[in-house]
Design a binder for this molecule. Structure first.
Ligand SMILES: CC(C)(COP(=O)(O)OP(=O)(O)OC[C@H]1O[C@@H](n2cnc3c(N)ncnc32)[C@H](O)[C@@H]1OP(=O)(O)O)[C@@H](O)C(=O)NCCC(=O)NCCS
Length: 227
C-alpha cells in the first residue's frame, strides 16, 4: 500500500492494517504447528508465546526509538507474564511460534528469521566471550527443540533443526539436523526432503579425523558420529 508521509491518518491506517495482517498470520502459524490449537481467538487469549511476541513488537519499537528504559520495562513485564525473556533489541521475524513458552531467553543481538519454531527452555544466548554481535542468527524455517542452547554469534541455516537438549556452538548448514553436546550434524536433507546424509551412513577417515561423505556441506563439523 502506498503511504503519503503528509497523511498521518493514512499512515496510521496502514500501520494498523499491517499489524492486523501480521497478527492473523501469527495466529495461523500456531494453528498450523499445534494440532491442539483450535481457533485463532483461543490462540490469541491462551498462548503465552503469542503474548510474548506481541509485547516484543512494542519493546522493539521503543528500543529503536531510543526509549530504552521503557523498552526494558515492557520486556520484563512480558517475562513475568510468560516466562519468556526476549531482549528488546532482538530481531524477530514473521510467524515466530514459541510452543509452551517458559524458560526461554533470547539475547540482544539475536536474529530470528521467518517461520521459526522454538520450544520451552531454549536459549539463544552469548558465550560471554564475544562483544558486539554475540548472539545467534536463525535462518527461515528453523526449529529449535526444547532445552536446546544456541550460543555465540553462530548461524543456523534455513530449514535446519536443532534437536531437543542440544548445545550448538558452531554454524549449522541449511537443511541439517544437529544433536548432542556439543551439537554435530546427524542428518542432512536436500530441498526435496530427500536424505543426503544421516549419522547411520556417514563414513569417517580415522587417521585424518574427517567425514568422507560430507563434502563441503559439513566438512567443518569435524565431530561427526562414528559408527
Ligand atoms: C531433532 C528432531 C527435530 C528430529 O529431526 P529429524 O531431522 O527428523 O531427525 P531424525 O528424527 O531423523 O533423527 C536423526 C538422528 O538424530 C537422533 N536424535 C533425534 N533427536 C535427538 C535428540 N534430541 N538428541 C540426540 N539425538 C537425537 C536420532 O536418534 C537419529 O539418530 P540415528 O540416525 O543414529 O538413528 C527431533 O528429534 C527433536 O528433537 N524435536 C524437538 C521436539 C521438541 O522439543 N518437543 C518438545 C515438545 S513439548
Amino acid at each position: 500500500m502506498h503511504v503519503n508521509s503528509n497523511d498521518p491518518l493514512g499512515a496510521a491506517i496502514s500501520v494498523v492494517t499491517q499489524g492486523a495482517r501480521g497478527l492473523s498470520d501469527l495466529l495461523g502459524a500456531y494453528q498450523k504447528r499445534d494440532p491442539a490449537a483450535r481457533t485463532k481467538l483461543e490462540v490469541l487469549l491462551l498462548y503465552p508465546g503469542v503474548h510474548a511476541v506481541i509485547m516484543h513488537r512494542v519493546s522493539n519499537w521503543l528500543w529503536r526509538h531510543h526509549l530504552r528504559f521503557l523498552a526494558r520495562l515492557n520486556s520484563q513485564i512480558a517475562r513475568h507474564m510468560t516466562g519468556i525473556e526476549i531482549h528488546p533489541g532482538a530481531t524477530i521475524g514473521r510467524r515466530f511460534v514459541i510452543d509452551h513458552g517458559m524458560g526461554i531467553v533470547i539475547g540482544e543481538t539475536a536474529q530470528v528469521g521467518n517461520d521459526c519454531l522454538i520450544y520451552h527452555g531454549v536459549t539463544l544466548g552469548g558465550t560471554g566471550k564475544d562483544r558486539g554481535k554475540r548472539h545467534p542468527t536463525l535462518g527461515d524455517h528453523v526449529l529449535v527443540g526444547c532445552n536446546a542452547s544456541v550460543l555465540g554469534p553462530v548461524t543456523i541455516g534455513n530449514h535446519s533443526r536443532v534437536a531437543a537438549e542440544a548445545v550448538v556452538l558452531h554454524d549449522v548448514p541449511p537443511y541439517s539436523t544437529v544433536a548432542g553436546v556439543p551439537a554435530h550434524v546427524v542428518r542432512s536433507v536436500n530441498d526435496k526432503d530427500e536424505v543426503v546424509h544421516s549419522s547411520a551412513s556417514l563414513r569417517v577417515d580415522d587417521e585424518e579425523d574427517i567425514c568422507l561423505d560430507c563434502d563441503t556441506l559439513i566438512m567443518h563439523h569435524r565431530r561427526v558420529v562414528r559408527m
